[in-house]
Write a protein that binds this ligand. Structure first.
Ligand SMILES: [Mg+2]
Length: 122
C-alpha cells in the first residue's frame, strides 16, 4: 500500500469511526494531541524516570497514532487537490522537493560548521 492508498484508507476509516469529526480542523487538533502523547513519553525517558526499552511499545503505538492522523490529513488534502487539479498530491515528490530545500538551507550550514570545527547545530 503506497502513501496515497494509506491516505484514502485513513479518510475512509475516519468517516466510519468518527463521521462527525473527519475534517481538517479536527484532524489537525488530533494530530497535535497525538504528537503531545509522543512528547510526553519522550519527556519521561529524557528525565530518566523511564527507559526507552520500557516505553518502546507505547512510543511506537503513539507514533502510529500520529501517522494515522497525518495520513488522514493527507487524504483530505488529496480530495481538495483532486477537485481543483484532477489529481491527488504526489506526496513523494513533495517530500523530495522539500527535502532538497532543507538540504540547501541546513546541509550547507552544517558543512560550514564542520569545516570550522564547530559542533553547534541550533
Ligand atoms: Mg494516542
Amino acid at each position: 500500500m503506497n502513501v496515497n492508498e494509506r491516505a484514502v484508507q485513513a479518510v475512509e476509516d475516519g468517516r466510519r469511526w468518527f463521521p462527525a469529526n473527519t475534517n481538517l480542523a479536527h484532524d489537525a487538533l488530533s494530530l497535535c494531541g497525538e504528537a503531545g502523547e509522543v512528547a510526553n513519553i519522550v519527556k519521561k525517558i529524557d528525565r530518566g524516570t523511564h527507559t526507552l526499552d520500557e516505553m518502546m511499545v507505547r512510543l511506537v503505538d503513539e507514533v502510529v497514532d500520529v501517522q494515522t492522523y497525518l495520513y488522514e490529513i493527507m487524504g483530505l488534502i488529496n480530495e481538495a487537490h483532486e477537485k481543483k487539479y484532477g489529481m491527488p498530491v504526489d506526496w513523494d515528490a513533495a517530500y523530495d522537493s522539500k527535502r532538497q530545500v532543507n538540504e540547501r538551507r541546513f546541509g550547507l550550514v552544517k558543512d560550514i560548521w564542520v569545516q570550522h570545527g564547530s559542533n553547534k547545530e541550533s
